[in-house]
Design a protein around this ligand. Sequence first.
Ligand SMILES: Cc1ncc(COP(=O)(O)O)c(C=O)c1O
Length: 488
Amino acid sequence: MNTDQTRAPFFESLLAEKAFAPRSYHMPGHKFRPELLPDLTTWLGAGWAQVDVNECSPTIDYLHSPGPALREAQALAAALYGADATHFLINGATSGNQAMLLTAARDGQKVIVSRAAHRSVYAGLILSGAHPVYVPASVHPRTGLPLAVSTDAVAQALAAHRDAIAVHVTGINYYGYLPDLPALVGLAHAHGAPLLVDEAHGAHLGLHPALPRSAVQQGADLVVQSPHKTLGALTQAAWLHVNGGRIARPALVQALALLQSSSPSVLLTGSLDVVRRLAALDGRRLLGRAMALAARARDAIRAIPGLDCYGSELVDPAHGIADHDPTKLVVDVRASGWLGTQIQTRLREQSRVGVEFADPAHIIASITLADDDASVDALLTALRRAAATSPEGSAPTQPVAILLPPIPPMALTPREAFGRPTQAVPLEGAVGRICGEQVMPYPPGIPVLLPGEVVGAEHVDFLTAQLAHGVRLVGPEDPGLSTLRVCV
Ligand SMILES: Cc1ncc(COP(=O)(O)O)c(C=O)c1O
């Protein structure tokens, strides 16, 4: 196998085809003529048409049956992370989570899943027909955020469900915190089950010695990453790493073919090849710079009145948190009197600065290998300005104390509940009925009810209290929850 990371074999085939530029009588229908769509040309420049090639050109490899250039490109990505194999994805980590579950479990088979998982995990449960055993998500008391799945909770779930055949966890999460992956690998493997890790936010992990190691390096069996989130690949470009012999590789390839377009865009796959080369050749330097910039920003944010910035002090095995990615700046705005969502708007409107995320208590700014001193200075100036004056008559906000109700009993698996006819009933009248829609207070973004689960009085009481506190509910058709959809 070629391990020459200076190569970008698939990208080089794209460059060669662009230079060759044969006259086209095949897809795509624009025939590489930018004048056909002047609006696109105004937006993207005339180059858009020449690069949108596909496997109709015999020198361009096809994602679903890769030729030598794409095989080598994927092998180079695998070598960079220390995986046995890597698959390029064109539908984000979303398709990776779905493929992992579709590969690891079939109808009715039990899978241990964290309740605080991304919605693509839930989609994977619908697609696979698996029977989820949810591990309760804990909400970190200081932050009000779910920061990591607890090792003990996973151990308990495995002990109670000897027939579970796979474990799926979120590795590094949106906020940059990691669970104890070596312990989770040990637990899953001792049980004879593969560990599937959603590492969408961690494509940069392991590429610098001071960053946490990737789940791949910690022994997980399947790991999905979104290099478009943290490394600079184009949006939707992701990859899925495979390790060891616990995963049926042909089943994984089938799942990926089922889930992804039969017309994969080379813009996405080509960007993966060059991002991998950049990460391999210069990632250590660039990520070292990103960490130094983030450290400077964290100190400076902590000195801005009304703002705080979380860091490694939240790493705490008692809350399942084993490690921290220092490039994430999770800014606690509560003492400023502003809501995080207001700070986000002020940053944009006052200073033309956009941040990753906002909830009532926080904003997240991520520092990547694209940042430099000037970009960090601009962020700091904008934050000082946004937090400078408290809004009229405001008091510092506090997170709503969140003690989530128990996970409801499951009457129908996600697959069984999917597409069931439902009807809207008054919330009080939903007690004892099978829920037909997802209800997730945001924050913390952990579902209280999922389709197929039996609604209890404690869920109705909890959701009513959340609404009274002004918490936004994601999922229900009626976000004010006068009615809830239940299965008929
Ligand atoms: C934890 C987590 N997993 C998976 C995804 C899906 O990733 P993608 O946008 O690459 O499909 C996201 C997206 O935000 C995420 O936050």
